[in-house]
Write a protein that binds this ligand. Structure first.
Ligand code: ZN
Length: 292
């Protein structure tokens, strides 16, 4: 049983985020320092051992950068901290070719790549549905990434949280098309004022390969998820930056509290949420106590 903590979702950039607007920066060193802060985890002082990290979402959307350029800084950080950081590469299928996507094979070797990410809102596409249009067009955009994830044996994270492109119920068809590819619903669709956490929970309940990211999710929705799909399908995401890592981790650790404050989740269940499941999906080694 893994007892290390892994943050499955965070962003490091060395300039102001050009689309979301946050800044002035949050560097790889800032992320490591944040992971190394003291956190109270069910009565013990622990640190975040590892993180699956992304670069700036904004620079994947502007059209000014190749896929390699958009990932240069985050790859440098991962390579520098290769015992702590793992790469989630963001693919913009509107502007980048499948040939560009194929360079992630090399990133597995030299940059700890363990996940791929789609952002339907930022990159302006709908996930494929059953209808010919826009289903067929978006199939061409999205299927190559899922085929790549299947080939590499890694999960796909999909941003969710706002209509029309990012309502989590739209994940159901692609989850059935690729039942062997694990899918993490980022934020469980809850990163806006109208939360789609219920839709995300229902999709996860009906698809064995769908997991629920915890960032931005309200505490009562986290409790609902525990009862609906169990702790092993909830995955801790901080979305730091801009979210606070400690705040986002506290929300999932509080599942340990007895009802009505939490759900009385066991320590093993909480450690599944804050590290065990993402380690298993991403094949992240957990035997090294680095940073713990
Ligand atoms: Zn994020």
């Amino acid at each position: 049983m893994s007892r290390i903590i892994i943050d499955s979702h965070n962003h490091i950039i060395n300039h102001r985020e050009p689309v979301w607007g946050w800044g002035p920066r949050f560097t790889g060193e800032d992320l490591i320092a944040t992971m190394d802060r003291d956190y109270d985890v069910m009565g013990e002082t622990r640190h975040v051992s590892k993180a699956v990290t992304m670069g700036s979402l904004g620079i994947t959307a502007l059209g000014d950068f190749t896929m390699a350029e958009a990932h240069q800084y985050v790859r440098e950080c991962v390579q520098k901290h290769s015992d702590r950081l793992y790469l989630n590469a963001v693919y913009n299928p509107r502007i980048w070719s499948v040939e560009e996507l194929n360079q992630v094979d090399q990133w597995v070797e030299d940059s700890n790549l363990v996940m791929l990410k789609l952002h339907p809102t930022m990159h302006n596409f709908l996930l494929p549905m059953g209808n010919p249009y826009p289903g067929r067009a978006t199939t061409k955009l999205v299927f190559p990434l899922f085929e790549k994830a299947r080939q590499l044996g890694i999960p796909v994270m999909i941003h969710m949280g706002e209509p029309p492109h990012s309502n989590p119920s739209s994940i159901d068809p692609i989850a059935r098309e690729f039942p062997d590819v694990p899918i993490i619903i980022a934020h469980s669709g809850a990163n806006n004022e109208i939360s789609y956490a219920l839709a995300a929970t229902i999709v996860a309940r009906h698809n064995d390969n769908v997991y629920l990211g915890s960032s931005w999710v309200q505490p009562l929705d986290l409790c609902e998820m525990y009862y609906a799909v169990g702790a092993s399908k909830i995955i801790f995401e901080s979305d730091c930056a801009p979210q606070s890592m400690g705040h986002q981790m506290r929300q999932v650790i509080n599942l340990h509290l007895p009802p009505p404050l939490g759900v009385g989740a066991t320590k093993d269940e909480v450690y599944d949420v804050i590290g065990g499941t993402i380690a298993r999906l991403c094949k992240i080694p957990v035997d090294e106590p680095v940073g713990a």
